[in-house]
Design a protein around this ligand. Structure first.
Ligand code: PLP
Length: 426
């Protein structure tokens, strides 16, 4: 094993390294890679599990096992207590009560339960329209789409160039034929934060149920009163320093009888979602919710925002034209920077940055589908600009040195592309 030092590399770090498996790598990314350092700027795809959360979960994979639904013995009672405590922690994060929290496999399932569940047990036949914002996550859009076969009309409410839902368009669309309105709290691609309170007041005044997909919200903002504003709220464990494979749907108590389950079985969780709940994951998501209610979170958010702003400023100082897509800094996720590198291909840039830097073209859940982002299109970007855009998302663990190193790598990659273009066009 060779011991590498940065000085071992020639100053011209744009020269390619001969490495059969990764011919695109530069000396600098090779150096970072061999140091085992990956610059992770994709926290909106998934957050690393916080060490404190992990420590709380570990005993539940071992000695503290037990089916929380086993009602006949103390092992089951203890597990049931742990699940109830976790539900209470998650409820407290959004200002709800523990019995209003339904555990599911993630926010995808929670969103499906919200839309399909409500539509499945519609009391008023006249309410046959479902409204969703144009920039919802695919799990909301696809669930809404599935309702078309069940006799519903689905309408997308447009957004402005910042990604903010048009209040006027929502007002115009609302009447007593609308069953539900789904609007995400924080967008997963451009980080736009919606004025959920005003939008939900409008929806409710027309008698519609208001559903908020808050999967991206816990890191981004204070959501302690969300359950007051929304009737249904989706959350995801792996977007909030907790484990993957778990999420919840908050269902306002008065609404629970109006939800048709997606999963039938032993009738667990009030019959709303049968199946044994995953004890260690529930405990982890509860612990994460508790962390995110702590005083330190405000500071962590402020530090993340400062780093994000510094990152954007440094990008602007590079000799290539960039635009930040979406809302002004104060109306967006403090860790989100969705950047258009005009004239470049986002896929090529991301490829050139592998494996040293992790960022993405948008929603990880849809990557692999070669279509420009529906979110970027909805805010008015051309297909070219949408395909030149990269989402960088910082987290609480991002450091200043990560930002500096990321800027160096990006500059190096863009420089190489520019050189290639110049050489080709010469
Ligand atoms: C806004 C939003 N909603 C829902 C989801 C789906 O969450 P999960 O991975 O927990 O199913 C995501 C994941 O990217 C998301 O960003």
């Amino acid at each position: 094993m060779v011991n590498l030092k940065l000085e071992d590399y020639p100053q011209d770090s744009t020269r390619r390294v001969s490495f059969p498996l990764a011919p695109h790598l530069t000396h600098r990314s090779m150096f970072l890679m061999r140091k085992g350092k990956i610059l992770y700027l994709d926290h909106q795809a998934t957050t690393p599990v916080d060490e404190r959360v992990l420590q709380r979960m570990i005993p539940y994979f071992g000695a503290k096992f037990g089916n929380p639904h086993s009602a006949d013995h103390a092992v089951g009672w203890k597990s049931s207590r742990a699940v109830a405590d976790s539900a209470a922690q998650i409820a407290a994060l959004i200002g709800a009560d523990a019995d209003e929290i339904i555990f599911a496999s993630g926010a995808t399932e929670a969103n499906n339960l919200a839309l399909l569940g409500l539509a499945g047990r519609r009391a008023d036949r006249r309410r046959n329209r479902v409204l969703v914002s144009a920039i919802e996550h695919k799990s909301v859009l696809a669930a809404a789409d599935a309702l078309k076969d069940r006799g519903y009309r689905v309408e997308a409410v447009p957004v402005d160039t910042e990604g903010r839902v048009s209040v006027r368009a929502l007002e115009d669309a609302l009447d007593d034929s609308v069953l539900s309105v789904s609007i995400m709290v924080v967008n997963n691609e451009i980080g736009t934060i919606q004025d959920v309170r005003s939008l939900s007041m409008l929806a409710r005044s027309a008698g519609a149920v208001f559903h908020a997909d808050a999967a991206q919200a816990p890191l981004a903002m204070e959501i302690g009163a969300l359950a007051e504003d929304a009737d249904l709220v989706s959350l995801s464990g792996h977007k909030m320093l907790g484990p993957p494979g778990i999420g919840v749907l908050y269902v306002r108590r008065a609404l629970q009888e109006r939800i048709e389950p997606l999963v039938y079985g032993g009738g667990q969780q009030n019959g709303l979602r049968s199946g044994t709940v995953p004890l260690p994951l529930c405990v982890g998501m509860g612990a994460a919710a508790e962390l995110l209610r702590g005083d330190q979170v405000r500071e962590a958010r402020a530090a993340m925002r400062k780093r994000r702003d510094r990152f954007v400023e440094k990008l602007r100082n590079l000799p290539w034209g960039i635009t930040v897509n979406g809302a002004a800094a104060e109306r967006r996720h403090p860790g989100n920077a969705n950047v258009c590198f005009h004239g470049f291909s986002a896929h090529d840039i991301l490829n050139a940055l592998q494996p040293a830097l992790a960022a993405s073209t948008g929603s990880a859940c849809t990557s692999g589908i070669p279509a420009p982002s529906h979110v970027l299109k909805a805010i008015g970007l051309s297909s070219d600009d949408a395909e030149a855009s990269i989402r960088f998302s910082l987290g609480f663990t991002s450091r200043d040195e990560d930002i500096d190193a990321a800027i160096d790598l990006i500059a190096e990659a863009l420089g190489r592309f520019t050189q290639t273009t110049v050489v080709r066009s010469a």
